[in-house]
Design a binder for this molecule. Structure first.
Ligand SMILES: Nc1ncnc2c1ncn2[C@@H]1O[C@H](COP(=O)(O)OP(=O)(O)OP(=O)(O)O)[C@@H](O)[C@H]1O
Ligand SMILES: [Mg+2]
Length: 281
C-alpha cells in the first residue's frame, strides 16, 4: 500500500471570481505503516488535502495514486478506496448521524455489504478498541462529550478495517487529558494494529511526540517534509508561518542559552529528560 500525490492542485470555485487555490503542486509519497503528521496554519489546505486521500475530492490537476492506481480513473473502485482509507472528519458532528452510537458504528460495515451479524461484531470490536463505555453504545451520538464523540467517530471508521486512518484535527476542542487519551489511542492503533496514520493538527506539541514524519503546509503549498528534527530546524520560518516549534524545543534552547550543554534539536519530552539528566550527572 502506498499513497502518492503527484503535482496535485485543487481549486474551489474554479472558473469563477471566487476561485481559491487550496492545493498547489503537492507531491509526496506515504508508505505502508508510516505515522505522518500534517501541520499548517488555518486555511493552509490540510482538510482539502486529506479529503483527496479517500477520494472525497479529486485533484483539479495532477494525480493521486492509491496502491499504484490513479483514483481519478473512470473505473476506479472509489467505494473500495473509502474502506481502505478511513477518514475521521474535522468536525465529528459531520460524521455521526444515526440514532445511536452503535447504529452509527454499524453503518460503515453494512455499507460495505457485510451481513448484519458481522457488521455488529465489527462495531462491538471497534467500540471496545476506542475505549467507549458500554453505557454510551445506545445513546444518541449527539449526547456524548467532545472526547466521546471523537471516539465514536473513530470507531465508525475502524469498523471498516481500514489500512490507513486519516484523522483531521482529532484533538481540537479537547482538554489536555482528552487530547492525550485520543493521541495515545491513535498511537496504539499504529503500534499494535499496524495501521498507517495521517494525523492533521495545528499543534506542533501534539505531533512532535508521536509522528515519524511531518508534512508542513503553508498557503496551499507543501513547504517541508521530513522527520520532526529536520522540520523543527526551521524554527524561524515556521514561526513566520504562524507555527510554533514544540515547547520542549524552546525549553532546550533556553537551557543552552543559560549555559547548559544540552542539544537544541530535541523534540520530545522523553528525549529532553534523558539529555538533561546526562548533562547534569
Ligand atoms: N467548500 C469550500 N468552498 C470554497 N473554499 C473553500 C472550501 N473549503 C475550503 N475552502 C478554502 O480553501 C482553503 C483551504 O481550506 P482547508 O479547509 O483545506 O484548510 P485547513 O488547513 O484545513 O484549515 P483549518 O486549519 O482551519 O481546518 C481556505 O482558503 C478555505 O477558505
Ligand atoms: Mg481543516
Amino acid at each position: 500500500m502506498s499513497i502518492i500525490f503527484n503535482h496535485v492542485y485543487h481549486s474551489y470555485d474554479a472558473d469563477t471570481q471566487l476561485k481559491t487555490d487550496a492545493l498547489s503542486d503537492i507531491s509526496f509519497k506515504i508508505e505502508d505503516g508510516e505515522f505522518v503528521g500534517l501541520i499548517g496554519h488555518t486555511g493552509s489546505g490540510k482538510s482539502t488535502l486529506v479529503q483527496h486521500m479517500n477520494g472525497l475530492m479529486k485533484p483539479t490537476e495532477g494525480e493521486v495514486y492509491f496502491d499504484g492506481k490513479d483514483i481519478s480513473d473512470k473505473d476506479y473502485p472509489i467505494k473500495e478506496l473509502r474502506s481502505n482509507v478511513g477518514l475521521v472528519f474535522q468536525y465529528p458532528e459531520h460524521q455521526l448521524f444515526e440514532a445511536t452510537v452503535f447504529e452509527d458504528v454499524c453503518f460503515g460495515p453494512l455499507n460495505q455489504g457485510l451481513e448484519k451479524k458481522e457488521a455488529e461484531l465489527r462495531a462491538f470490536t471497534a467500540l471496545r478498541q476506542v475505549g467507549l463505555e458500554e453505557t454510551t453504545y445506545y445513546q444518541s451520538p449527539f449526547d456524548l462529550s467532545g472526547g466521546q464523540k471523537r471516539r465514536a467517530a473513530i470507531a465508525g471508521v475502524l469498523a471498516m478495517r481500514p489500512k490507513v486512518l486519516v484523522l483531521d484535527e482529532p484533538t481540537a476542542g479537547l482538554d489536555p487529558k482528552g487530547r492525550d487519551e485520543i493521541l495515545s489511542l491513535v498511537k496504539k492503533l499504529h503500534d499494535e494494529e499496524k495501521i498507517t496514520i495521517v494525523l492533521v493538527s495545528h499543534s506542533m506539541d501534539d505531533v512532535a511526540n508521536y509522528v515519524d514524519r511531518i508534512l508542513v503546509m503553508n498557503k496551499s503549498r507543501l513547504v517541508y517534509d521530513g522527520t520532526p528534527k529536520e522540520v523543527f530546524k526551521h524554527a524561524e520560518e515556521l514561526e513566520q508561518m504562524g507555527l510554533a516549534i514544540p515547547q520542549v524545543t524552546y525549553a532546550m534552547h533556553a537551557l543552552k542559552k543559560a549555559g547548559f550543554d544540552v542539544p537544541t534539536d530535541v523534540t520530545t519530552i522523553d528525549e529532553a529528560v534523558d539529555r538533561i539528566i546526562k548533562c547534569i550527572s
